[in-house]
Design a protein around this ligand. Structure first.
Ligand code: FAD
Length: 570
């Protein structure tokens, strides 16, 4: 019996009507099913180390995937543009790779279909810099996380994004977890995850205020940290642009011309770009891009996660005001899921973030938040933080993880197409692992490029990027001095967050300029406070109008299709 026959036998025992075959070194599943859970379960059963990956082409009866959300622009502005490396996707992975590529003297273009970088997973996550205690040995997840975790101090200083290393706890509410928790500690030490501290309830209660009576013991992992995920991505993007990369927003890849296993043209809504090498960092659409490149060997199955943002005042409820409380051990044991199960996290902006949950879905871009998810997140974390209440919630958001059936990162050269590098399946801890992934992928792209041309180092590469100065973090004297030099820093525009006109202008003058209300909000937090922009939005529109010379009816919340005012021309 061949390997594929063995997999078929296993799957057909449960799902007799599913056809299992071998295609280009992958396990391919076809047929139709009535439940998404069954489609997933068959896909998981097809995983085998002897094949490149799983191509799960089983149809879900009655379901049609909504078309990819695309920009409204349609022109030929970039038609015929030539570059050495084309990066597809402006999440943390694409932007960090673009930045690392600018260390070489080559022409780099990044295309992103949205109106800003970091709007999908790379914005819709917790920002936790993980430690990896839960990750299996020999996974790419663990390898890249371990290398990246220790890079954050230097990176945040170079790229000027906030980073805190307050540590993370894994807490347990059941005594029967004790031997497993101790085994986990030993395993972590073998994986060279050091400085783990086992803590009994009494010790924990001494450092964690309002600790729930349910908590019996825990492990403190002092390598745990936190960043603002979109702030980090924007910083990478700015530094890439500073060093010569071009970032084309509102630009979607719609197809490719492939001849003899080589991509010769990449179709976009703005014309055909001609790259020598393509890096596929398209998140939940990575397998679609792989299909365009005639090089699909994995399948993305989307997995939603909802997070709740609590008011800063709710800090009094938080059981740990200096870190995050993770419960992934207890969750993993109960449900054998592949996401960590979430936690309570104090963000770098001092908000409290609770979540996420983990819900499989066939929809790739469904970012709606359901009451079921909100309730599930709150009730789960009430177990460790009983004083939290729904009244503390000031906002919520949902992200969609780009999981593969193998549940590991895909960081590989093309199997059939020779000038592509796939960076796919980058689910958690993808944010944490991005720095090392970017280093390796940029080198992989350069290896391909050297077949076409000599690649030299970029002697002008500057690793330092200056972000916007947050005046509320300055001393009174420093603030006075700044206002004396530039009175715009004395004009407060966003009262909730204390953001001045000077900071908003600085945001408009960053290397990657995104002159939309959301673009400003994500760079300086104007509109993120309790009133959620009700007071400051008209003032910010005035500043954009004045600085960029844009009429009001061209100023949008985000993309071109989200204008705020329509001016009556009569
Ligand atoms: C709820 C949640 C919580 C998480 N928490 C954490 C955490 O605490 N710590 C951690 O380390 N990781 C976390 N993660 C994982 C982390 O967010 C991801 O691993 C990381 O953001 C992946 O980045 P990416 O660049 O691969 O994907 P994305 O950010 O999704 O970027 C892909 C980009 O490609 C673009 N794109 C797609 N198709 C096309 C096309 N055809 N043309 C042009 N552009 C295209 C998309 O618009 C998108 O911007 C979490 C994820 C979720 C969903």
């Amino acid at each position: 019996m061949t390997r594929i026959d063995r997999i078929a036998k296993k799957i057909n025992r449960v799902y007799p009507h599913i056809v299992v075959s071998e295609k280009d070194g992958c396990v391919r599943l076809t047929g139709e099913m009535d439940r998404w859970d069954d489609v997933l379960s068959a896909g998981k059963m097809a995983v085998s180390g002897h094949f490149f990956g799983v191509l799960n082409d089983i149809k879900l009866a009655g379901f049609t995937q909504p078309p990819i959300k695309r920009p409204v622009l349609d022109d030929d502005r970039y038609d015929g543009a030539v570059c050495d490396v084309l990066v597809i996707g402006g999440g943390v992975i694409g932007c960090s790779i673009a930045r690392e590529l600018t260390r070489y003297n080559i022409k780099v273009i990044l295309v992103e279909k949205q109106s800003d970088v970091a709007t999908m997973q790379s914005a819709r996550n917790d920002g936790a810099i993980h430690v990896g205690i839960d990750l299996p040995n020999k996974t790419k997840k663990l390898h890249y996380l371990a290398r990246s975790n220790c890079m954050y101090e230097q990176l945040s200083a170079q790229l000027d994004f906030p980073f805190t290393r307050h540590g993370q706890y894994v807490l347990s509410t059941s005594w029967w977890h004790l031997p497993i928790m101790l085994a986990l500690k030993v395993k972590a030490m073998r994986q060279k995850i050091t400085n783990l501290q086992f803590m009994g309830r009494r010790k924990l209660a001494g450092v964690v205020p309002n600790l729930s009576k349910n908590v019996k013991f825990g492990i403190l992992m002092d390598k745990g940290g936190c960043v603002c995920p979109y702030g980090m991505t924007i910083a990478y993007a700015d530094n890439a642009v500073q060093n010569g990369a071009k970032i084309l927003l509102n630009t979607i890849v719609t197809g490719m011309d492939v001849t003899d296993g080589v991509i010769i043209g990449v179709h976009t809504n703005r014309g055909i770009i001609k790259p020598r090498v393509v890096v596929n960092a398209a998140g939940v659409y990575a397998d679609v891009i792989a299909e365009y490149a005639q090089d699909r060997f994995y399948t993305i199955h989307p997995r939603r996660g909802t997070n709740l943002i609590l008011d800063r005042q709710s800090k009094s409820h938080i059981i740990n005001d200096a870190g995050s409380i993770s419960m992934y051990l207890s969750r993993k044991l109960r449900q054998r899921v592949h996401s960590k199960g979430g936690g309570i996290l104090q963000t770098v902006d001092d908000n409290v973030l609770v979540g996420p949950d983990s819900v499989e879905t066939p929809y790739r871009e469904d970012h709606s938040t359901t009451i079921e998810s909100i309730n599930a997140v709150m009730s789960k974390h009430a177990l460790t933080s009983p004083t939290m209440s729904n009244r503390d919630i000031i906002n919520y958001f949902t992200g969609v993880r780009s999981a593969t059936y193998e549940e590991d990162f895909v960081i590989e050269y093309g199997k059939k197409t020779t000038n592509i590098v796939h960076v796919a399946g980058i689910q958690s801890p993808g944010l944490s692992a991005a720095p090392a992934i970017a280093i390796d992928v940029s080198k992989m792209a350069v290896v391909i490029l050297t077949k076409y041309r000599i690649v030299l180092a970029n002697n002008k590469f500057n690793p330092v990027r200056k972000g916007v100065t947050n005046i509320s973090k300055l001393s009174i004297q420093e603030r006075d001095e700044l206002i004396r030099i530039n009175p715009n820093y004395g004009e407060i525009v966003c009262r909730c967050e204390g953001i001045s006109k000077g900071e908003i202008l600085d945001a408009l003058h960053l290397p990657l300029c995104v002159p939309t209300l959301d673009g400003i909000k994500r760079r300086v937090r104007a509109g993120m406070g309790r009133c959620q922009g009700a007071f400051c939005q008209p003032l910010i529109m005035d500043i954009i109008k004045e600085d960029r010379g844009l009429p009001y009816d061209r100023i949008s919340k985000k993309g071109e299709d989200r204008v705020i005012l329509s001016v009556n021309k009569e």
